[in-house]
Design a protein around this ligand. Structure first.
Ligand SMILES: NC(=O)c1ccc[n+]([C@@H]2O[C@H](COP(=O)([O-])OP(=O)(O)OC[C@H]3O[C@@H](n4cnc5c(N)ncnc54)[C@H](O)[C@@H]3O)[C@@H](O)[C@H]2O)c1
Length: 269
């Protein structure tokens, strides 16, 4: 099936690790031109090499960017436009959390969570919209979380930000739909990377340079978690990428302001 993504110019923030990496490689497989906007440039370059090795016809560039800083986002969008002449799709992937009870959180921790999970999306959406309005079309998919729909235990501040991403996307979708611009949201459930190769230095699954997914989530813990999912398994990064690709494709051309949980039925709304 042709998803109509070949030759499209796509920005993926946080596109070098786990879910973002799978999203980058899936767009590359469809022949899209890709700008990976990443704090971890080295991991970005590894993913770019893998994307180019797919030989689907697109080109991948890596732009070192801190998406919490508006000036860096503006420079990243300018560079993408210089390289590809347009931006058809923006995928906001960057996000981060460290699980703890709300009573243990501090204002410094709130600032970090808000910057990485909400302000990052404000920066990217605000910067890309004038270009998309001028071109009378564009497509933005932001990664939230089921935590933003149901409110997750030990993820209070993160849950609030992820709920914010959903409401922000709906509100902006109402404002810019008349320009042919769509905004949708994908909410992953727990998506644990399977190897250190799949994650960047700044991944939530790395601590002090060490890959912690296998330590933090041993097989028994994963099995227990899977029982709370209707489909009785945890998601893969590819599962999430498939949802994103669908919403970014022409197959979803009449879908905007929607939130899609890709979480095996963990939340149903
Ligand atoms: N993995 C899960 O279980 C899960 C579940 C629900 C929602 N999510 C959401 O999905 C998204 C991706 O999750 P993941 O597991 O792939 O995360 P990850 O931590 O593995 O990857 C995040 C990527 O963002 C990059 N990054 C971090 N700060 C940055 C910054 N300031 N500027 C630019 N790049 C930056 C990192 O280098 C990394 O490559 C996040 O928004 C997360 O909140 C993840």
């Amino acid at each position: 099936m042709d998803l109509g993504l070949a030759g499209k110019a796509v920005i993926v923030t946080g596109g070098a690790s786990n879910i973002g990496r799978a999203i980058s490689l899936t767009f590359a497989k469809e022949g899209a031109n890709l700008a990976i906007a990443e704090l971890d440039e080295a991991q970005g370059k590894k993913v770019a090499k893998q994307a180019d090795a797919l030989g689907a016809g697109g080109r991948t560039i890596v732009i070192k960017t801190d998406v919490t800083k508006l000036g860096e986002v503006e420079a990243m969008v300018k560079k993408t436009l210089d390289e590809f002449g347009k931006v058809d799709v923006l995928v906001n992937v960057v996000g981060w959390d460290n699980l703890m009870p709300f009573t243990d959180t501090t204002p410094e921790f709130w600032d970090k969570i808000i910057a990485l999970n909400y302000r990052s999306d404000l920066n990217c959406i605000k910067t890309i919209l004038p270009h998309m309005i001028e071109r009378k079309g564009g497509n933005i998919v932001s990664i939230s979380s089921d935590a933003g729909r149901v409110g997750e235990f030990r993820e209070a501040v993160y849950s609030g930000c992820k709920a914010g991403v959903i409401a922000l996307s709906k509100a902006v979708a109402r404002e810019v739909g008349r320009h042919g611009i769509r905004l949708n949201v994908v909410c992953p459930g727990m998506t644990i990377p399977t190897s250190a190769e799949e994650v960047s230095e700044y991944s939530m699954f790395k601590l002090e340079g060490k890959f912690i997914a296998d330590v933090g989530f041993p097989p028994e813990a994963k099995e227990k978690m899977a029982k709370s999912y209707a489909l009785r398994r945890l998601g893969t990064a590819q599962d999430i990428a498939n949802g994103v690709i669908f919403l970014a494709s022409d197959m979803a051309s009449f879908i905007t302001g929607q939130t899609l949980s890709v979480s095996g039925g963990y939340s149903m709304m």
